[in-house]
Write a protein that binds this ligand. Sequence first.
Ligand code: ARG
Length: 461
Amino acid sequence: MAGSLWGGRFEKEMDDIVKRFNASIGFDQRMYNDDIDGSIAHVTMLGEQGIVSMEEKDAIIAGLEEIRKDIEKGEIVFTVEDEDIHMGIESRLIQRIGDVGKKLHTARSRNDQCQVDGRLYVRREIKEIMERLRYLESVILEKAEKYAEEITIGFTHLQHAQPVTLGFVFMAYFQMFKRDLQRLSDTYERMNYCPLGACALAGTTLPTNRHRTAELLGFTAPTENAMDSVSDRDYSLEFLSDAAISMMHLSRWAEEFTWWNTSEFSYIAIDDSFCTGSSIMPQKKNPDMAELLRGKVGRVYGDLMQLLTVMKGTPLAYNKDFQEDKESLFDAIDTWKASITIFAKMLENTEFRMDMIHKQMGKGFLNATDIAEHFAKQGIPFREAHSIVGRMVKVCENNHCDFEELTDEELQKIDVRVTKETLGDISIPACVEARVSYGGTAPSEVKRQIEKEKEWLSYYS
Ligand code: ARG
């Protein structure tokens, strides 16, 4: 076919609708830098191995660098005629430097080329996303330090459960994003193998050196099996799984933000610059960023499901289905990156209204478990202690009062072992202070967690 790099055996041009349907240039052009880097490494190796001459190698590299500059200047406009970024760049190279450009594609195929590009692209984005997660973690640590001693309400089933420190809540989220960082780091390690030189599916008869191209591109080593190399999309799936889990974490916190921000709770005040108004209700200040974050997770779950579904049932080795591996991946990268940054900045710009939180603290018998534990320490079996406190709650509910207001008489009626004196200090701060078990909510324990994670984060950077 006239014009196309693969047209030798064709007698007819592709139909226009086929061209459009077939092309990936609309979305894979964002990998142009990676494509050029991959080609430069490849031709460097071809030169070193004597497969092309050193002069040919130099001419090809110079041509590729020129094309890179012109793309950056916006002087190259790709169209469906290019089909994909690989041919878009290769055909321009041939136009510019002539026949020598035709030697670039020796001992490689687009099947391995698109995989090198993809891995280089994702590898770079992983580093960028890790940087953003580290930033979010540093904001969380700052907030945790600031609120290490402030007491808030811990919920289970969205019911008042036990008093906790606000710093403790922050550190709970810290752990989620820490695992996200660790997952990304694992993904990076596992994907950092170079498929270049696998060719179409079976390797080559030419005397290539795949270890050299892997080294030039900063990979740990070449991939082991050519057939697997061109058909594997596990690295994208792993990345998308990491993204889906991390977006779920962001969405959970975003959900908390939306109800912390309600008129009923008013636990937080999000800065105006991170809220929006209503076109009809003049008084409205909506937590749109939190809601949007909660919504964005749907796209990323969709991205993961899309690629899992594409891969299901595809035989070895390359299939054109695999071209559908990119848009969802790019969408997840863009969405995840933006979401982390928006959340970190929104968190930085949010005030926690301790006055409003403390107003709610009296409700829900937050210290009930602590009293039961207090009895257990005095030798009452925990099951009995639990039942005693349960009965105390009942009496308080009937009398519309708190534990502290129960009289000795009332306490004795519940259980002879209980008096005001045996109750001891059951104030909320005393209860929180005493929860010093490893990983517990006491300020001293939260400070230990903060110190430990600060060190982890600095070591991890
Ligand atoms: N644009 C293609 C993709 O992204 C490149 C590989 C094409 N290979 C082929 N044999 N048609 O998957």
